[in-house]
Design a protein around this ligand. Structure first.
Ligand code: BGC
Ligand code: NOJ
Length: 812
């Protein structure tokens, strides 16, 4: 069953009924002002940081789901309703929500009144536009009242939902010339405020929640809307909201537009108030912005600019393959999801409340792996921000706060895989951009002025951090956890409520990770190439030697006979081995070790991948481990806290599936790789939306595994490393269009029944047009560039100023 359809032409997903299995959301904003918005206008907005600068409130886990948002009520003589269905949930005769790239349009019709609301954030602005068009399809003139409503958050979203003894007294607003300003704490240390404006003269307004709603009423039934009169309430303390009341009349067939603006503004300390010694917000800088964006013409232009922006971005990489699901994911949604994960890491989604986590170190570094071609400058800036949170030891804060860019002390460090991902991110960025100069950028450690070293030195310390922490099998010590945050081998937590992430009860001198070992091999290979490029033979051979030692350790202590082991626990016992009762085989070491090139030439990789196929793969993807843990194990931690088949305990943890796809291409099995790609591709799963439940246009973190109650049910959509890794797997390994240090490599490993495909891709300032033709069933390729045969598979960008490259590839 489906709840909508893809409109590929418009680059939109069109939802055709409001009661989707879960709220199906979209993101607004590109750089500083952001919001999440559901298909029924639920969600919230924030400036830069979903925790520290929350603009509007939202209640996660509410009953019913997804109440709190960007609401409009329409009222006629006898009736009122929400044109976005929520929060009144009164039936609408027609409904359609179009989630597009950076905007959402919700249309509906009830009793002959048609409405359409377009929500978006104009490029470069700290505000969101809600453009409402109302059309009277009745045969007579109609008088309508329109009410808007948002609930302001008292800025720090964590405090906002906790500290009521203070919060119930600090709310403050101003209403001037029909604009509502939310200015809680502006009198003291904050120099920012929010505003809510409307293009039409107001019949009234409200800023105090209970005045607008009425006691013991909800957003579904506000007393002001029911009675058709605002109270002109001024909030002091309690719950500041913004609500406008506009009266319009429409002739039969007539359409009118109303523009609402919700925005964020900062004043400098010197010009905070006007008059200077008052407590009144100085509106000198904000008013011109408000006046500008209340104009229909400006709004139209801003919307066109947003559309163009995305069109230009996405045109950097366009594919045309025989498979529609691949095309629409790569050309539209997967790229879009990568941008969203780049922006938010794991902080704000329907499943991530925006208060728990800032930007994850390993998360953000992996988000960069597929992203760099979209906006290389922002990738560069992100790399330097991340590196600046690295500790002098080479270790890394596990997370940092986007507003301050400082490492989070609450979570701290000691996740021993973290620093190695930085090497992979920098390597991916250089391979894309050719910008070797980034390695010479001076970057501090732990953001301490005076501690600056070049980025290359940071990468060296990442490598050294692993080498300084090897266990008795010469494999890396795991620390709090490696990529699998729930394999907590030093935690030994027996106390309810203890955080698996931050509690460690063992010294951490024993438990080792085969996963980190594989990751280290990949990172060391990148460092060898980087050192070679700099002509630094000393470093290169040190990286080489440490890599060979690690490969030997993996083969001596990390190979189980038919697959790679996962780890050694605090007792030195193997995890992910045929000797174990449960959790005999894990997916992560198979993926990472083979991606590192281990066992490709001697059949070991093939054995491991056959084991994956046999034991881990099923119709909804490849599960993380098998069999799942049935009991809670003190020596394993959070992984065994989940019921079998869920999350890290044996779900299809989608992030890891592309590693297997890549590994399959590395042993030349394009059919297998593509089959795995299809199993978790959201567009393929659209037809089972009632089971999958999450959005069919983006990847989810997990799909319930074969031992779950409802195998195939997805959770935690949007913010997941799955976005970037799947993009890498399909574009760089299956289609084989892969940036390297020396140029663009073209090495497809595609299904046998594909006749070919074509690609246009921007790469280092050149436009590549690539046509791939299959004439035999193998994977060997030969290339012609602008009509001339070349040796090998790497096309370097010409130094004669030529900008257009036509590449013809024959596979046989
Ligand atoms: C989740 C993990 C996540 C970790 C850190 C755990 O509860 O299962 O997927 O990495 O929390 O936030
Ligand atoms: C989600 C976390 O954000 C990520 O850092 C971790 O690698 C995975 N879960 C697996 O535990």
């Amino acid at each position: 069953m489906q709840f909508g359809y893809f409109d590929d032409e418009q680059r939109e997903y069109v939802i055709t009924q409001p009661d989707t299995p879960l709220p199906w959301i979209n993101y607004l904003g590109n750089e500083a002002y952001f919001g999440i918005i559901s298909n029924t206008a639920g969600g919230y907005s924030f400036y830069k940081d979903a925790r520290l600068r929350r603009i509007t409130r939202y209640r996660y886990n509410n009953v019913p789901l997804d109440v709190g948002g960007r609401y409009i009520y329409i009222r006629d003589e006898t009736d009122f309703w929400s044109p976005s269905w929520q929060p009144t949930r009164k039936d609408v005769d027609e409904y359609e929500c179009r989630h597009g790239l950076g905007y959402t349009i919700i249309k509906s019709k009830r009793n002959g009144i048609e409405s359409q609301t377009k929500y978006f954030v104009p490029l470069g602005q700290n505000l969101e536009v809600w453009e409402l068009s109302i059309t009277n399809r009745r045969e007579r003139k109609t008088d309508l009242s329109i009410f808007s409503a948002v609930e302001f958050c008292l800025w720090d979203a964590f405090d906002d939902s906790n500290n009521y003894q203070r919060n119930y007294s600090i709310g403050e607003v101003e209403v001037e010339n029909d604009v509502i300003y939310h200015k809680s704490e502006f009198r003291e240390r904050r120099n920012h405020f929010a505003y809510f404006a409307c293009s039409q003269p107001l019949a009234g307004f409200d800023t105090q929640r209970e005045e607008f709603l009425g006691s013991y009423r909800g957003w579904d039934n506000p007393i002001c809307v029911q009675q058709g009169v605002s109270k002109n309430s001024k909030a002091i303390g309690w719950q500041p909201i913004g609500s406008h009341h506009v009266k319009i009349n429409l002739e039969a067939g007539e359409t009118k537009k109303i523009i609402f603006l919700l925005g964020y503004q900062e004043n400098s300390q010197a010009e905070k108030f006007n008059p200077p010694n008052s407590q009144t917000i100085n509106k000198k800088y904000v008013l011109p912005i408000i006046q500008e964006y209340l104009k229909e013409e400006t709004v139209n232009k801003a919307f066109d600019a947003l559309k163009n922006y995305w069109e230009t971005l996405l045109s950097k990489f366009i594919i045309d393959t025989p498979d529609i699901h691949t095309n629409r994911m790569v050309n539209i949604w997967n790229a879009y999801q990568m941008m969203v994960t780049f922006n938010f890491s794991r902080s704000a989604s329907y499943f991530e409340s925006g208060i728990g986590r800032g930007m994850g170190f390993r998360d953000s570094t992996q988000d960069l792996l597929g992203f760099s071609h979209l906006i290389p400058d922002r990738a560069r800036e992100r790399i330097l921000d991340l590196a600046a949170t690295q500790l002098p030891s080479g270790g890394a804060y596990h997370q940092y706060q986007p507003l301050t860019k400082l490492g989070n002390n609450d979570i701290g460090s000691d996740f021993n895989d973290d620093p190695l991902w930085l090497v992979l991110a920098v390597a991916a960025y250089i391979k894309e951009s050719g910008d070797w100069k980034i390695l010479d950028e001076m970057v501090p450690f732990d953001n301490q002025p005076g501690s600056e070293e070049i980025l290359y030195e940071h990468l060296k310390r990442s490598i050294q951090y692993t080498l300084d922490r090897l266990g008795s099998h010469s494999l890396p010590l795991i620390g709090r956890a490696d990529w699998n945050d729930c394999l907590n081998l030093n935690c030994f937590s027996d106390t309810p409520g203890q955080s698996f992430q931050t509690t460690t009860n063992k010294e951490g001198k024993v438990a080792e990770s085969v996963f980190i070992a594989g990751l280290f091999v990949i990172a060391a290979q990148e460092m060898e190439a980087i050192a070679s490029h700099a002509g630094n033979e000393n470093d290169r051979s040190r990286f080489y030697n440490s890599r060979v030692n690690m490969e030997n350790a993996i083969m001596s202590h990390g190979w189980d006979g038919k697959w790679f082991k996962r780890a050694y626990d605090n007792e030195g016992e193997a995890i992910g081995s045929s000797q174990c009762q449960e959790g005999k085989i894990f997916i992560e070491p198979q993926g990472i070790c083979i991606m590192a090139g281990i066992g490709i030439s001697n059949g070991v990789a093939e054995d491991a991948l056959n084991s994956v196929k046999e034991r881990l793969a099923f119709e909804h993807g490849i599960v993380l481990l098998d069999p799942a843990y049935k009991n809670y194990y003190l020596n394993l931690g959070e992984i065994s806290s989940y019921p079998p088949g869920y999350k890290e305990n044996g779900s299809v943890f989608c992030h890891t599936n592309p590693w297997i796809m890549i590994a399959e291409t590395m042993i030349g099995r394009g059919d297998e790789a593509f089959d795995y790609y299809h199993r978790i591709n959201p567009s393929v799963r659209e037809r089972i939306s009632e089971l999958h439940r999450c959005e069919p246009y983006v990847y989810s973190q997990m799909i319930a595994g074969k031992e779950a109650l409802k195998p195939g049910e997805a959770k935690n959509s949007w913010l997941t490393g799955t976005a970037s890794w799947n993009y890498v797997a399909i574009t760089q390994y299956i289609l084989g269009i892969r940036p390297t240090y020396d140029g663009l490599q073209i090495l497809p490993v595609i299904p046998k029944n594909w006749k070919g495909f074509s690609v246009t891709r921007e790469y280092r300032g050149c436009e590549f047009t690539i046509n791939v033709e299959r004439i035999g069933l193998g994977n060997s390729t030969s290339l012609e560039v602008n009509g001339k045969k070349i040796q090998g598979t790497i096309v370097s960008t010409p130094d004669n100023g030529e900008k257009k490259l036509d590449v013809h590839v024959v596979i046989q």
